[in-house]
Design a protein around this ligand. Structure first.
Ligand code: SAM
Length: 278
């Protein structure tokens, strides 16, 4: 027992929270598991937590039981609000719930640093939210760490290394300014209803400085362009960025015949700096 609130199955039955596929609803009902995910985010005492998509509140309860100073939960489905209000009443002053689309809400107005983001993300907006959190206008971002559940295949793309099929834009964006690792994998049966594929929790901890200097906008552009045509050689996939790309790559010690998936973070950063300089 992590709290005195009713079991999640009872909460779901009482509030008639039948999962809706369109909202990416696959609920975690095992509170020991949600407390474990909360612990993967590190020490929550003294931190505010942003949770996107609390649903019936299993992870929310884990976060509060593990000592989060405050939790801000953004939920699109109004059916979940009465269940979340019961949790708020059990933890006075520590849980705020906003009904709405996480893509349209600025959480900063409601949170005080240090801030951790911990969420079992809806699959349809998960990648978009992650990319937003990884590409703020200024670094460091508003958050200290992101602890996020994704479909396993997406989690593997975030932590992928050069030379693997999963390596691409997400890996480079994540690993440029964060330490990224998979901390937990879960089979479909851990969820109600079970999704088609396995899931994994990724822990991203921000670095104070990027691993290698590079202008963010140019790095994002180079990486997106290179992986847009990942099977092509760089001299061809990057030509739209610079007609003289072949000579530039050679000068930088990058083989113009290499493909994007063979190029590491350091070389992409060097190329972005060079292109930015003109
Ligand atoms: N956190 C709960 C759990 O672990 O059991 C539910 C996770 S479920 C995968 C995703 C939740 O995100 C659902 O409750 C869904 O209604 C909500 N959701 C979907 N799209 C959303 C959006 N754009 N903004 C906020 N919440 C959203």
């Amino acid at each position: 027992m992590i709290d005195d609130l009713p079991p999640l199955r009872a909460v779901i039955a009482r509030h008639d929270l039948r999962a809706k596929k369109a909202l990416g609803q696959n609920f975690l009902l095992d509170l020991n598991l949600t407390a474990r995910i909360a612990r993967a985010a590190g020490d929550l005492r003294g931190a505010d937590v942003l949770e996107v998509g609390p649903g019936p509140g299993g992870l929310t309860r884990g976060l509060l039981a593990e000592g989060a100073r405050r939790v801000l939960a953004i939920e699109k489905d109004p059916r979940c609000l009465p269940a979340l209000a019961e949790i708020a009443a059990a933890y006075p002053g520590r849980l705020s719930v906003i009904e709405g689309d996480a893509l349209a809400i600025d959480p900063l107005a409601h949170l005080t640093p240090p801030i951790k983001v911990v969420s079992n993300l809806p699959y349809n907006v998960g990648t978009e939210l992650l990319v937003r959190w990884l590409t703020p206008r200024d670094w460091p971002p508003f958050w200290d760490s992101l602890t996020l559940m994704f479909q396993r295949e997406v989690a593997e793309r975030i932590v992928a290394k050069p030379g693997s099929k999963a390596y691409g834009r997400l890996a480079l964006l994540a690993q440029w300014r964060c330490e990224a690792r998979i901390v937990l994998t879960l089979p479909p049966e851990a969820f109600t209803p079970p999704p088609k594929v396995s899931s994994a929790v990724v822990q991203l901890t921000r670095l104070a400085e990027p691993r290698f200097p590079a202008p963010a906008a140019m790095l994002e552009r180079v990486v997106a362009t290179a992986f847009n045509q990942r099977r092509k050689m760089l001299r061809s996939s990057l030509r739209t960025l610079d007609p003289g790309i072949e000579a530039r790559l050679t000068r930088l010690g990058i083989a113009p015949t290499a493909r994007a998936e063979e190029i590491g973070l350091e070389a992409f950063c060097a190329l972005a700096r060079d292109l930015d300089a003109g």
